[in-house]
Design a binder for this molecule. Structure first.
Ligand code: TXA
Ligand code: MG
Length: 341
């Protein structure tokens, strides 16, 4: 039985700190999605994370620190540049993860034996309180089983990892961003690579670094960090997948798709409102009726879970949105959840 922890109860937080110090993994809220946290500098604690998630060890973990000061004092990284500093000043604490050259102190298991460690400073007050008390960094992948949908509330975590022996989840409410952090690698003074699209858009990064900055975007499924035969699951083609089939279609393809298929219990998942009508559509969920990207991103995973649970629904049809702003991160998740057709 997973214990639901109330973050306002000092004794319960003490329990969480104790379990973490004993190299146990505990689920914690972040502003992006819930994370399965464990001591980043302990190989034993990291192994527990991989085991609970059934995650292959070739997929590296993100390390969470309190702030730039903690990052420097722990001497986890080498070779940080003015660009790293500019980005952390603009976006920390918050949903930006940066790749740094790792020092000896970071276990190879954490970085999938690559020379880079991914670091971010979360802004969620509960996660920060834990980091402050622990005085050491926590590795935390999203608190879901491998390839499943990331959890954005404590109950989603219990559903995902409870059956596999998760000890506790700290209930910090609903994650406000609802989509994972953006992972960035600094390539040079005027060139960065988006390794994973996320809650900070390419437009946000450019407005911080200047319009002359070149931004490369790593293609999902390229598996560039890892051996070709093992794509990084964070980057892999199938990920964020509901149990029911999900198709991603352009708005003008939906009616023809339904006319040519035998699906009769269809849920339509729209990012913004559309005019699509078809008798097979039994339920429609629009992520942001007023067309706000942040609202759409915040509701994406929770809505996918909701439709996946609805017994009246056999299939999810997501309607493609534009790739500007957070549309890029939303499309990345939907593309990886979708069936090829
Ligand atoms: O918002 C987030 O980032 C959440 C919360 C809990 O902080 N965490 C998260 O972790 O999304 P996870 O493990 O589900 O995704 C981590 C991804 C990897 O799959 C990979 O794409 C990238 O981050 N990553 C991590 N370390 C890396 C490295 N050393 N080199 C390249 N990519 C890395
Ligand atoms: Mg994940």
């Amino acid at each position: 039985m997973t214990i639901l922890i109330n973050p306002r109860d000092g004794n319960q937080i003490e329990f969480v700190l104790r379990r973490l110090r004993e190299d146990e993994a505990v689920a914690l809220p972040t502003e992006t999605v819930y994370g399965l946290a464990a001591r980043a500098l302990s190989t034993r604690a990291l192994a527990r994370v991989f085991e609970l998630k059934a995650r292959p060890t070739f997929d590296p973990l993100i390390v969470h620190v309190l702030d730039w000061e903690q990052l420097e004092s722990l001497q986890l990284v080498e070779g940080y540049t003015p660009v790293h500093q500019k980005l952390t000043r603009a976006f920390w604490p918050g949903p930006l993860t940066l790749l740094f050259q790792k020092s000896q102190r970071v276990p190879d298991l954490c970085t999938a034996s690559t020379p880079y460690v991914a670091l971010r400073a979360p802004s969620h007050p509960v996660f920060r309180k834990i980091l402050e008390n622990l005085k050491e960094p926590l590795a935390a992948p999203s608190a879901n089983r491998f390839k499943s949908i990331s959890p954005t509330c404590a109950q989603d975590v219990v559903d995902e990892l409870g059956p596999f022996g998760l000890v506790a989840v700290v209930d910090g409410g609903v994650s406000s961003k609802g989509i994972e952090s953006t992972v960035v690698k600094v390539l040079s003074n005027d060139q960065i690579e988006i390794v994973r699209q996320g809650a900070i858009s390419q437009e946000d990064l450019i407005s911080c670094l200047g319009a002359s900055t070149r931004v490369l975007v790593r293609k999902s499924g390229s598996g560039a960090v890892l051996p070709k035969e093992h794509e990084a699951p964070g980057q892999s083609a199938i990920h964020y997948a509901p149990k029911k089939p999900l198709y991603l279609l352009n708005e003008d393809e939906v009616v023809a798709f339904l006319n040519n298929s035998s699906w009769t219990q269809v849920a339509l998942l729209e990012i913004f409102p559309s005019h699509i009508q078809h008798p097979a559509i039994r339920r429609r969920e629009c992520l942001s009726p007023s067309r706000f990207w942040s609202e759409a991103a915040a509701r994406l995973f929770a809505t996918m879970r909701l439709l996946d649970r609805d017994p009246r629904i056999d299939v999810l049809l997501a309607v493609r949105c534009s790739s500007e702003q957070l549309g890029a991160a939303i499309l990345d998740r939907l593309e990886r959840a979708a069936q090829k057709h």
